[in-house]
Write a protein that binds this ligand. Structure first.
Ligand code: FES
Ligand code: FE
Length: 399
């Protein structure tokens, strides 16, 4: 690890430019962060049936997540214990057994090697199962952790679940998945996600639906207080957890956070005009005005779940200069495409916000990769969450 780089970091400021481009730093991040944290893998509904699997890259390691015959979930390194071929080659599928396409070594859903043709009598199948990874699942979200000593999964679950459990993501279906392949470092994407200092100037659609940018606007102080009070009372009666109902996106835990926020008065969901984009509400809601349940992790995940659809994001760093952002849009399992919703209309709001963010990221990328880049200071309140994120990151990289 290039220690010199960490020495040039000034707390309260952005990271030095080399943190966005240096392959050595990227390799350290893969090791210290992505192979050593709870990484958002996908949705439970993507592997709902027995034998359903999905594959993904976690910190440079091919991983397969698979549902067994009893409904249990397993995660394994998707690397054959014979000569290292990928075992599952598709992004998603269903298989009674996991069969390596190279020489047909065959594994059970639990990763045990159950067939290895012509390996002879003395061959120890027990010792050649797929390497296991830790997997955790709650409220329709799947996280994997490649560490041998993972941080307790319940810390993440216990914090996010009170906010997300009511959103019906376990009884949903995927309306749309879209991959954004970006030629920028993954931290540029996450840092941008941690503040709304840029919203006023760049996200006119977002600002027209949310209160994020108005918390310090005296003209809206009364409206926000009234809206919060009214929503809290109504949501509590509907059985929602209202302990974290607010219009701030302040961090509420060390590397993850969750809260519920109302959308603007007269609006009910995150859509271009604030009105429903799916006629069937999620989670059995009867009242469409349930705000947005938001959550994120410092690693690779964020979520905006509304009454009629949920939007989630999985970030996969590919190289120092390339990041794939997978966006999901979920609707209730009973919603019918064409009758109750149009996937493009469901995606319109966040697709617009992300497209604006990617333009921001690309412009910033031109500067931070230039030899004359010098990181500036964060705004005290408006960028407090970016500062927290960067301090957390530096801590992880220097521990
Ligand atoms: Fe998988 Fe040979 S590499 S069976
Ligand atoms: Fe943005």
């Amino acid at each position: 690890m290039n220690v010199h780089c960490l020495n040039t970091y000034r707390p309260g400021h952005g990271l030095p430019g080399s943190f966005y481009t240096d392959p050595e730093i990227f390799a350290e991040e893969q090791r210290r962060i992505f192979r050593n944290s709870w990484f958002f893998a996908g949705h439970s509904i993507e592997v709902a049936g027995r034998g359903d699997y999905l594959t993904l890259d976690v910190g440079g390691v091919p991983v397969v997540v698979v549902r067994d015959q009893d409904g249990g979930l397993h995660a394994h390194h998707n690397i054959c214990r014979h000569r290292g071929s990928l075992v599952c080659t598709k992004e998603k599928g269903r298989a009674a057994r996991l069969v390596c396409p190279y020489h047909a070594w065959t594994y059970g859903h639990d990763g045990r090697l159950i067939g290895a043709p012509m390996m002879g009598e003395g061959f120890d199948k027990e010792a050649h199962g797929l390497k296991p990874a830790h997997v955790g699942e709650f409220d329709g979200l799947i996280f994997v952790n490649l560490s041998e000593t993972p941080s307790p999964f319940h810390e993440l679950r216990d914090h996010l679940s009170p906010v997300l459990a009511s959103q019906g993501m376990t009884r949903a279906k995927v309306a749309l998945i879209r991959d954004y392949d970006l030629d920028v470092n993954w931290k540029i994407v996450v840092e941008n996600n941690r503040e709304c200092y840029h919203c006023e100037g760049n996200h006119h659609g977002y600002v027209s639906v949310q209160y994020d940018t108005e918390n310090d606007n005296p003209a809206l102080k009364g409206e926000i207080a009234e809206r919060l009070g009214e929503c809290r009372r109504r949501w509590e009666r509907a059985g929602l957890d209202v302990a974290r109902v607010n219009t701030s996106s302040n961090n509420t835990a060390e590397w993850f956070r969750a809260n519920r926020t109302p959308v603007r008065k007269g609006m009910v969901t995150e859509s271009p005009d604030g009105q429903l984009v799916c006629k069937v509400l999620m989670a059995g809601f009867t009242d469409p005005d349930m705000g947005t349940a938001r959550a994120n992790t410092n690693i690779n995940f964020w979520c905006h779940a509304n009454s009629d659809y949920a939007h989630t994001v999985r970030i996969t760093p590919v190289s120092p200069t390339r990041t794939i952002v997978r966006a999901y849009w979920l609707v209730d399992e009973n919603a019918v495409e064409g009758r109750d919703y149009d996937p493009e209309a469901i995606a319109a709001f966040h697709h617009q916000v992300m497209s604006e963010d990617w333009d921001i990221c690309r412009r910033q990328w031109r500067g931070v990769t230039s030899p004359s880049f010098e990181p500036g200071p964060y705004a005290p309140d408006k960028e407090a969450n970016v500062d927290r994120y960067v301090r957390w990151y530096v801590g992880r990289m220097s521990a």
